[in-house]
Design a binder for this molecule. Sequence first.
Ligand SMILES: Cc1cc2nc3c(=O)[nH]c(=O)nc-3n(C[C@H](O)[C@H](O)[C@H](O)COP(=O)(O)O)c2cc1C
Length: 165
Amino acid sequence: MGITPKNNEKTFNKNQLLVTKTDLKGKITYANQAFVKIVGMRESELLGKPHNIIRHPDMPKIVFKILWDALQKGEEVHAYVKNICADGSFYWVMANVTPSVFNGKVVGYHSARRVPTREAISVIEPLYRELLSAERSGGISASQKILDKLLQEKGMAYEEFILSF
Ligand SMILES: Cc1cc2nc3c(=O)[nH]c(=O)nc-3n(C[C@H](O)[C@H](O)[C@H](O)COP(=O)(O)O)c2cc1C
């Protein structure tokens, strides 16, 4: 939001996890040092901000719809996400996002991200480009259709597809 994207990719060590926690609305309540470092903002700039502060304009809306639909059902979800850094660079992650439950109630959410394989990104990047362009003309129902068709052809559920690389 408000950051001009530039075509410079950042990456991180394959043993690292980028972790954030949010409240129920997706406001950041915790960010680990690896996350703070790659984003290039101060921890104090991140805490309390909505998570879309690092949303990249190349991300199709449908991915976040899938994410929030799963979380609202109390389910975990995996997603490939392209995020933006403070300087406009980008980085790809494979995220596992889960509801945090306390005393039987969802009190927030948690995301742990690892570096994705290049193989996965070689499939996901053109797919997201197609989904985004469909959304520009036909909205989220158009990208939903493309994704449904792809999953149907593969005979896979969304989670199965995401975990198949
Ligand atoms: C735990 C958690 C982690 C999230 N991590 C990211 C993230 O790394 N990047 C991102 O763009 N959105 C992330 N989101 C989703 C955002 O809340 C938001 O839905 C998304 O950025 C789309 O924003 P928009 O609807 O304002 O366009 C996360 C949400 C949760 C609950």
